[in-house]
Design a protein around this ligand. Structure first.
Ligand code: ADP
Length: 165
């Protein structure tokens, strides 16, 4: 069962929260900034050892001061109109994060809407990609949470879930 919740992903007590990071993994705005603030400076120090991350891939860090045990950082595509592999790259973010989680015995995981903030990916198309990927892994996890930052985003996810169930 995929859970749609509305709120701040940094507050979630799960095995892993996913960060919509940038290629440096050294912090930024939006959900990335919130996760770094809540995890504390150890996350930045740890991430310096990771050597960045390619778009569509994912890397694992400890959760440090977060309630979550781990942070999975993935780098979503910047939207350039949809003809530059953006949908495939976004799907790859979800799949890479879920595969990395499985490899580390992570049973509960929460995702923000990767690429749907500053990176400009259209929210509805992004929600369909996110839900489809989550559904294909749902049997292998105890909890998969879609953490929306607004009620409007949560309503969109619930609608997409209904259409794709
Ligand atoms: P990107 O650069 O990948 O677009 P953003 O951080 O700008 O990443 O936005 C990604 C999504 O995360 C947006 O839908 C935004 O509303 C949401 N968001 C921002 N802060 C938080 C937070 N603290 N918890 C959950 N979601 C958040």
């Amino acid at each position: 069962m995929i859970e749609v919740v509305c709120g701040d992903i940094t507050a979630l007590d799960v095995d892993a929260i996913v960060n919509a990071a940038n290629n440096s993994l050294l912090g930024g705005g939006g959900v990335d900034g919130a996760i770094h603030r809540a995890a504390g400076p150890e996350l930045l120090a740890f991430n310096r050892s990771l050597g960045g991350c390619r778009t569509g891939e994912a890397k694992l860090s400890p959760g440090f001061s977060l309630p979550a045990r781990h942070v999975i950082s993935t780098v979503g595509p910047v939207w350039h109109g949809g003809q530059q592999g953006e949908p495939e790259l976004l799907e790859s973010c979800y799949v890479s994060s879920l595969e990395l989680a499985l490899a580390h015995d992570i049973r509960s995981i929460a995702f923000p809407g990767i690429s749907t903030g500053v990176y400009g990916f259209p929210k509805e198309q992004a929600a369909v990609i996110a839900i489809r990927a989550m559904q294909s892994y749902e049997a292998r996890f105890e909890r998969i949470i879609a953490c929306c930052f607004s009620e409007a985003d949560a309503a969109l996810y619930r609608e997409v879930l209904q259409e794709h169930s």
